[in-house]
Design a protein around this ligand. Structure first.
Ligand code: MG
Length: 243
């Protein structure tokens, strides 16, 4: 009888140890996530937008007063009509992945510095990714093409010569504000210029300002703006994905 009890105890102890060991050995499946499947998106081919993108063609834009798009529109290309001021999207946005193609016209050599192919892509109205002919055109480094104007110098100058189409692929995270208007987190931007990473998730200290130090004012979703800086810069194939 005693022998039987001892044997049973031994079996139970062994089973218990085996169970404990199994608990200690990590199972691959324990770290696999099978729910929360990502939405299926068909990638764009040959420069076309992906299947879930919102196209920002000419009809998606209006004047800053809410009138009809005042820029020159031809064959899907929008060109700054100098003096008509910026244009903005009819719709407002928060976090986005934004694709923009832009082109600087052929310009006389007398146009230099900030006076050469100046325009800009403003995320949420206030935060400018500079557009400029920076191919062979000296200006302050935090004001050249791909700069977050007067806040971040691009990591590289990937500018192509004027008359060639160029791309910006922008990942934008909107700033977050508390109910009483204080900043919870600053805006963040990543910019890829012609396939080259030039801004790597940098934080903005506030809106783009020409003079002085910026300061945030709380806001929600806002339109994207394209800048009229009196230069005939062209845009095409603009699309975004809301994030
Ligand atoms: Mg500009």
């Amino acid at each position: 009888m005693l022998k039987k009890i001892t044997l049973l105890s031994a079996v139970l102890i062994a089973a218990s140890l085996s169970y404990s060991w199994a608990q200690m050995v990590p199972e691959p499946r324990a770290t696999e996530v099978w729910d929360k499947e990502p939405a299926r998106v068909t990638p764009g081919e040959h420069g076309r937008p992906p299947s879930d993108a919102i196209s920002l063609n000419a009809s998606a834009w209006q004047s800053v007063n809410g009138d009809e798009n005042p820029w020159t529109i031809e064959d899907g290309v929008m060109t700054v009509n100098p003096g008509t001021k910026d244009i903005r999207t009819k719709k407002s946005f928060g976090d986005v992945q934004l694709h923009v193609e832009w082109r600087i016209p052929e310009l006389d050599a007398k146009f230099t510095d900030q006076d050469r192919g100046n325009s800009g892509v403003f995320l949420q109205q206030f935060y400018e990714v500079q557009v400029l002919d920076s191919y062979e055109n000296k200006t302050y480094n935090n004001g050249q093409a791909g700069s977050l104007y007067k806040q971040h110098i691009p990591l590289a100058n990937a500018t192509k010569p004027a008359t060639q189409w160029q791309t910006y692929d922008i990942i934008y995270t909107a700033p977050r504000f508390s109910k009483n208007g204080t900043v919870i987190s600053q805006a963040r931007i990543t910019v890829i210029h012609n396939g080259v990473l030039i801004q790597n998730n940098v934080s903005l200290v506030g809106p783009t300002v020409y003079i002085g130090s910026p300061a945030y004012d709380a806001h929600g979703d806002l339109p994207i703006y394209l800048q009229d800086h009196d230069h005939e810069v062209s845009y095409r194939n603009i699309w975004l994905r809301e994030l």
